[in-house]
Design a protein around this ligand. Structure first.
Ligand code: PB1
Length: 333
């Protein structure tokens, strides 16, 4: 047996230098267009409220959100995802406030479009922040999801946000066939070439949404969301959900939560390489990383996590860490 390993077994010559390492990590860069900033919008235009369970995350009225976004846009922010929160508007079984003219999202969209013409503005579309029962759809008298009523209602809300100025509507409800209902509504209103549909296609019934539900006051009053969000152990249902949404016309796909579901990210990207794929790094993931150590340790853990998400196939990562990431990118440049 030779004293020397065969040459092809000596790998360190391929990554001893930083530039070589970059060449070994294709498609994992983190640039401003690879991140999307989720923001919470209150009814009170001038309010700013910290989110106790999520350090450095705030709930804003539109006037304060416009101020808060200014520095981030200067640092390169490319896209945001808006979640409306109602405190005075009434909640009811069909989520009437979701597309009421006084809804904070509908009121904010024209102002955001005017303040930041280049910013891509996505709106989460769901009933749970607006329903008295806290579920993401409309319920039957027996308390089950009313499929037809839910998809009709979700499409109505998506169309209202599209008409108010959203570039992207992102239905997070997980109802079957809501993508087709939304696309049909956009086509019927001649908006299909001005508004994109970002489907929360592979969204799991995760226990990592707690901080979000606390700040949104959007937990189900009874039961859970396991009959419409995917079972965490089912890669098969995730594959079928993504195929369903692609067939119904989704422009953009998503896997949510992120880090524990990178196998789903890879399977989705391999199956649908021509659809931009988003990961939602959810509130529970944010809380875990935020508390993972010193500021420098949090930064290192965050960037490693984002690199792994990009390696798994994510094109864009929805993350509450956007301000920190933009600072890291700015400092690098
Ligand atoms: O950061 C997060 O935890 C996001 C939670 C997510 C927002 N799209 C939802 C998950 C849930 O509460 O079930 C909201 C569902 N419409």
């Amino acid at each position: 047996m030779s004293l020397f390993l065969s040459p092809e077994h000596v790998l360190q010559g391929g990554y001893f230098h930083a530039t070589l390492r970059k060449l070994q990590e294709p498609n994992t860069s983190i640039e401003p267009h690879n991140i999307m900033y989720p923001v919470f919008l209150l009814e009170d235009d001038d309010a700013v409220q910290p989110v106790s369970s999520m350090p450095n995350v705030f709930r804003y009225g539109i006037n304060q959100l416009i101020i808060a976004l200014e520095d981030l846009v200067l640092k390169g922010l490319k896209s945001i995802l808006i979640f409306g929160i109602v405190e005075t508007l009434p909640k009811d079984p069909t989520g009437t406030a979701a597309d009421a003219p006084s809804n904070p999202v509908i009121k904010a969209l024209p102002k955001l479009r005017e303040a930041y013409p280049q910013l891509l503005i996505a709106c989460d579309v769901c009933l749970c922040p607006y329903t008295s029962h806290g579920h993401c759809g409309v319920l039957t008298a027996a308390g089950a999801i009313d499929h037809a009523a839910s998809t009709k209602r979700i499409a109505e809300v998506a169309l209202a946000y599209a008409k108010a100025g959203a570039h992207v509507v992102a239905p997070s409800d997980m109802m079957d066939n809501r993508i087709k209902a939304i696309k049909d509504a956009l086509v019927a209103n001649k908006l299909q070439n001005q508004v994109s549909v970002l489907s929360y296609s592979c969204k799991f019934a995760s226990c990592m949404y707690g901080p979000f539900r606390d700040t949104m006051k959007s937990s189900p009053m009874e039961g859970d969301r396991k009959c419409y969000q995917l079972p965490p152990g089912s890669a098969a249902l995730a594959a079928r959900a993504a195929a369903r949404d692609v067939a119904e016309g989704a422009d953009l796909l998503m896997v949510k939560p992120g880090l524990p579901y990178l196998d789903i990210v890879r399977q989705t990207k391999d199956k649908f390489p021509n659809h931009p794929l988003f990961i939602y790094q959810v509130s529970g993931e944010y809380a875990m990383i935020s508390r993972s150590g010193s500021a420098s340790e949090v930064q290192a853990t965050l960037m490693e996590t984002l690199t792994c998400m990009r390696r798994a196939g994510a094109d864009c990562i929805i993350t509450y860490f956007v301000p920190q990431i933009l600072n890291i990118i700015s400092n690098k440049n």
